[in-house]
Design a protein around this ligand. Sequence first.
Ligand code: BGC
Length: 352
Amino acid sequence: MKALTVIPHQAGSAELSDVDEPPVSDGPIVVETLAVGICGTDIEILSGAYGWAPPGRERLVLGHESLGRVLEAPVDAPVAAGDLVVGIVRRPDPVPCANCAVMEWDFCRNGRYTERGIKELDGYLSERYRIAPEFVVKVDPSLGSLGVLLEPTSVVAKAWEDVDRVGRRAHWSPERVLVTGAGPIGLLAAMLGVQQGLDVHVLDQMTSGVKPDLVRELGATYHSGSVVDACDGPDVIIECTGVANVILDAMQHVGIGGVVCLTGVSSGGHAIQFDEGALNRNMVLENIAVVGSVNANRRHYEAAARALAEADHAWLDRVVSRRVPLARWEEALTRRTDDVKVVVEVGTSGPS
Ligand code: BGC
């Protein structure tokens, strides 16, 4: 079967390869891949900056934002042939650590977790894959091809859960939230904020085009410019850019007792000067909490599946801004100005 593979840490090594059918050891459920979303992590892997091949292998099958249709499943599995499904990305570490032991692999304590399409496990960008029942999540059939947004939505569902848990260290009734970055993660974080009835503001560099429109259609307020001009003193900031000065501004301008949740992964190597003492003083005297958040466990995928099912499907359809057939995969990896979420279409029998 065909798969998009890459040699991690070797830029320009991506190719459409012929690979073996998925091994039975991956699980009893056989899934036909319909679509795979491309995100910043994939671009980093393709640039040679991130990613690990399975032990003893040179190439890794790419792809962690999946949507597929079940071809075969055991009778006692939670999914059946024909169901639309998404594969969970992370697998618990083999020890397992205290968190992986209770299926909270997103908080793995020893770093020995694996991730499909990223760290030591083949991803979903192949014509078929196999998976164990505990790592597959059913998608509401009404979502159809939009189910490919489930994995990125799971990441922001976890971020919101983290914000809520940290916020509850004191009386917590947030009203205003600022999301920095209007890429797919920022837009989906804003969508979850709107679903909670919050006054949502989104900051991005773009001054026109699809991103400002998507934010307004959501019922949120769009800003370009600085954090302080966009929204001074919000209860929550969900940081989705990974840009150093935006992160610092977020920590300095969140409201008293506020929570800043960092979801963007910075590339590093761009040191900037700032007054650490003033930042510390402000954070202590105002009870500011900054929390990093990565990945998602099953609970977050399920929350994300519910959030997507109740979202405006026409809006979600505009978040998926470009669909590229597998044969033309290279086009999916080249960013265009108005791209939001770019998806590689794999299967022939697309979802209805
Ligand atoms: C994925 C996460 C993963 C993280 C770090 C993100 O792009 O969505 O599932 O944990 O990369 O590898």
